[in-house]
Design a protein around this ligand. Structure first.
Ligand code: 5CA
Length: 448
């Protein structure tokens, strides 16, 4: 993409309404624009990151054997009256009437809708286990929307729902989600720690939240430091070897780790003092097992192997896809701007032409742009007539993993500069060497 043809409305000033770094950086980089309180437009750069995160979420869900689909944002009130949540959910639910005065709502979550789809189509244990998921916009009329996309009113969420014959199978599904979530966040460069959590308006018996440590986080967490040293990339897995998956869950749930709501000071005191950590954190995902809470009132029954009609056991599993954009920035930035982990970076490299009037610079930049592009590498080429200082500052701000800098002085010696944004390390190479280094780094990313 040539910057002269792109839409990247970078702001010079720190916007007054933003008081945490991720929100400031997202506004300054022209990633989002607030439409009204807690509702944002995703501008091209932000939209690219959102889609990269979404792709990783899909990939790991499909690897775990879960099936993607898409449900609507608007749901009929009747389904929520059946489960009893239409009245329970309170003011966070946005209620809507159509021209015939029929009641609808903008979905804050989808347990009822998916249970309705299930009961209309599945009636035998032979069709289980089944896990369906979608990634769709949600609306919750939060009392205090704040911190940009971190606590929006409209937000993008992955929500998955498992249907199983009994509690044991449903716990296997819970464990699959647990392990797939560890991997999902790991692939985005995040260390998300699973912690025992309260179930809130979703209800149920067990729940874990996945939290990324950050002093701007809204949750308070208490945990054993040894969790920070545990590797969340589990290598190749067979998700249907239930015992193997369960062992991973056991390993991660053994050390003390709880959110404020479930915190037990006496148990926490049993953790050696130098391992006790209390911190602020951002909740990026949550999983629930709630048995027959929805299937019983909504009559989602299957015929069991011994011929009885039994309500299915269910759980639901969410990832805050839009919140993750903010969480990743909170975890990965410096005083100059964002430092994108490669798998979610909007472009793999930025290309800076220091003299837009110099024929040789233009030719080298165009050749690099064409050749890297032909190798499937996304490049943002700053071909504008801005001054070099402004170009450097902009590239640092938007934080692409690599920067390629082409200027007349270097070219006179046959060299251009390659900068690694995370460390700031800058080295002079020939054009051929830069092509090779960037292509090799990109290949490593694809193979990871
Ligand atoms: N039905 C269940 C699981 S699908 C559910 O709704 N879970 S949840 O309430 O925990 O939401 C799932 C994830 O969505 C959260 O972990 C959080 O990362 C994200 N989320 C929740 N509320 C917001 C919000 N107001 N703004 C941005 N992300 C949010």
């Amino acid at each position: 993409m040539k910057l002269s043809k792109y839409f990247l409305p970078v702001l010079k000033e720190v916007p007054a309404e933003a008081n945490i770094i991720s929100h400031q950086l997202m506004l300054r980089c022209g990633m989002i624009k607030q439409t009204t309180a807690g509702i944002y437009s995703w501008l091209p750069l932000g939209f690219k990151v959102l889609k990269k995160i979404e792709e990783i979420v899909h990939d790991e869900q499909i690897k775990a054997g879960h099936i993607p689909m898409l449900m609507p944002t608007i749901q009929p009130a009747e389904l929520w009256q059946e489960s009893g949540r239409y009245d329970d959910y309170g003011k966070e639910m946005l209620r809507i009437q159509d021209r015939q005065d029929r009641n609808y709502l903008y979905g804050p979550t989808n347990e009822e809708l998916i249970t309705d789809i299930f009961r209309s189509n599945v009636s035998s244990y032979k069709d289980l286990p089944l896990t369906l998921y979608h990634i769709q916009w949600k609306f919750r009329d939060e009392l205090r929307p704040r911190f940009g996309v971190m606590r929006g009113r409209e937000f993008y969420m992955k929500d998955g729902y498992n249907f199983d014959l009994n509690e044991k199978d449903a716990i296997n599904a819970y464990n699959r989600h647990f392990v797939s979530y560890l991997r999902t966040f790991n692939r985005m460069g995040l260390q998300a720690i699973p912690m025992k959590a309260e179930t809130g308006p979703i209800g149920g018996n067990y729940s874990h939240e996945f939290l990324v440590l950050a002093n701007t986080g809204e949750s308070t967490v208490f945990f054993d430091k040894t969790l920070l040293d545990m590797d969340t990339d589990q290598g190749k897995l067979n998700y249907y070897q239930s015992r193997d998956i369960e062992k991973i869950v056991e390993r991660f749930t053994k050390p003390y780790a709880r959110t404020e709501d479930t915190h037990d000071e006496n148990l926490f005191m049993e953790v050696p003092e130098d391992c006790r950590i209390e911190s602020k954190a951002i909740e990026v995902g949550q999983i629930f097992y709630f048995g027959t809470k929805y299937s019983e009132p909504m009559k989602a029954f299957v015929v069991s192997p011994d011929g009885k009609r039994v309500p299915v056991h269910m759980g639901s599993h969410g990832i805050g896809v839009s919140r993750l954009v903010g969480a990743i920035i909170e975890a990965s930035h410096d005083e100059k701007g964002i430092i994108w982990p490669e798998p979610v970076a909007p472009f793999f490299a930025g290309l800076i032409n220091l003299n837009y009037r110099d024929d040789e610079c233009i030719k080298v930049c165009n050749d690099l742009y064409e050749e890297l592009g032909a190798n499937g590498i996304e490049i943002l080429y700053d071909d504008t007539d801005e001054r070099p200082g402004a170009k450097f500052a902009k590239m640092d701000l938007i934080g692409l993993p690599w920067q390629i800098v082409v200027g007349p002085k270097g070219l006179a010696e046959g060299k251009i500069e390659l900068v690694y944004r995370r460390t700031g390390a800058a080295t002079l190479f020939t054009v051929g060497e830069v092509l090779e280094k960037v292509s090799t780094a990109h290949k490593a990313l694809l193979e990871a």
